[in-house]
Design a protein around this ligand. Sequence first.
Ligand SMILES: Cc1cc2nc3c(=O)[nH]c(=O)nc-3n(C[C@H](O)[C@H](O)[C@H](O)COP(=O)(O)OP(=O)(O)OC[C@H]3O[C@@H](n4cnc5c(N)ncnc54)[C@H](O)[C@@H]3O)c2cc1C
Length: 538
Amino acid sequence: MPTAKRDSVASGGRLDAVVVGAGFAGMYLLHRLRRAGLSARVLEQGSGVGGTWFWNRYPGARCDVESMEYSFKFDEALQQEWVWSERYSEQPEILRYLNHVADRFDLRRDISFETRVAKAHFDDAKSRWTVTTERGDAYSAQYVVMATGCLSSTNTPKFPGLDSFAGRVFHTGKWPHEPVDFTGRRVGIIGTGSSAIQTIPIVAEQARHLTVFQRTPNFSVPAQNGPLDPKVQARIKARYGELRRLGSQMPFGFDVQFNEKSALDATPAERRAEFEQRWAHGGLPFLGCYSDLLYDKAANELAADFIREKIREIVKDPKVAALLTPDSVVGCKRLCSDTGYFETFNRSNVTLVDVRSAPIAEILPRGLRTERQSYEFDDLILATGFDAMTGTLLRIDIRGVGGATLGERWAEGPKTYLGLTTAGFPNLFMMTGPGSPSVLSNMVVSIEQHVEWIAECVANLRARGLERIEATPEAQAAWVEHVNEVADSTLYPRCNSWYLGSNVPGKPRVFMPYLGFPAYVEKCKQVVADGYQGFRLA
Ligand SMILES: Cc1cc2nc3c(=O)[nH]c(=O)nc-3n(C[C@H](O)[C@H](O)[C@H](O)COP(=O)(O)OP(=O)(O)OC[C@H]3O[C@@H](n4cnc5c(N)ncnc54)[C@H](O)[C@@H]3O)c2cc1C
């Protein structure tokens, strides 16, 4: 990491709030906290704003919620002036947008870049946090907000021999800033999740040969991406407020057009028409095809069969098609959205290797060896995902009342009240934490809701001369139980997904996000209306 100048605010500087992370969440937090009259500083390990969109620069990286919805709504002028070029924008465009937001609201003057937070310790007597960076700078703040991201700590399985690989190694979640050229190269990619599904078609076009190592096949629906018609964009902008409001009333916080019917009540012809129409529309709204898709295994199986049939239609080699066909539940792992993913396996320069039946044994200097055979390549791409939702928080030494660490408190899995706070850690807030809709929602909508809730909470405490807010263990236990109850009523816990932490060895198996954005928002409002019910205020 480059050495940066010691921060003038640090070393004893007292602040009202420290925000860790400068992605969508940290940026809007800074704006709102400043507007509420608080002195706030954002500490960001990267050298620029953007978070996810700063780090994930792999070819093909783009959003899977439409850009007109995957963007801030808090400022009318901002949402009117920004012009998106595609239905689902690519990473460079989203990063440009976030830089524009930083300029527009003059955010950078209160952000310290290249500043990684190592510790956050609470002083019970003073009711203040000391936040210490890896460089040793210390900030004293009344409030700390962890806007550290749910998908910001990459996960790299411990493949024996990885260090011996002689070629270039990339992780999709930490892609270099300079362009990477695969022309004439033999490339190996490990993983077939969302990031891999986006990058494989692009790398395949460039590389001499691409070998895809797949452990688990995934369901994917074509994004049907394309340029965003200026007339469509103008129509949306003419009633943007209303459309945003409608989107936030949907279970995932964006416009999925949920069909109220059960798949089991429809005739085969009706079902075919519905599935075909959803396939043609593209992307995540496929999940809205029937109300019981995520609740009833038989209903889900009908949708799963439809996608399986599509895979068999697209992929010419029946053996390859069979390997690419998932046998699991649609949507219980994040549904992927692609552009030409399955088609890529018809290319003569692409090979699919099943590492479920013959796992990767070791990485070699010039390739890798599975338990069946060896493969050679020049470059290795790890599309192995993230230590999601808790990984980044637990990499920081966070200590609350009595010096208890977050790691100890969460040893059996994360416990939060509303996904925003955790008992024993007063005045510490989390953005899109476990127990909030988070990754099961349009995250920008969730982020705006959290920021506004936190800013209002802090303003409320100040207006009443209060200094401290802390979730009670009872309210937290009840919330955790409710989150689990909701999850258990669905098919989500039925497969091994990163929602459950299954991709990281040793991680407690707990379903982390809360399903149902509108119900969540209501609960948060109710808590406030009841005088911050479930919190101890002092
Ligand atoms: C490829 C990809 C595509 C996605 N597409 C969508 C989508 O279409 N729709 C959707 O809703 N969501 C999507 N997501 C989820 C995405 O993460 C969120 O939408 C959103 O960008 C999260 O913003 P954030 O500010 O909460 O976190 P992040 O953007 O992850 O930002 C967190 C920041 O905190 C910093 N940080 C972490 N730890 C420290 C530390 N110790 N010290 C200092 N800084 C630290 C990180 O460097 C990072 O910059 C996608 C994620 C990925 C990876």
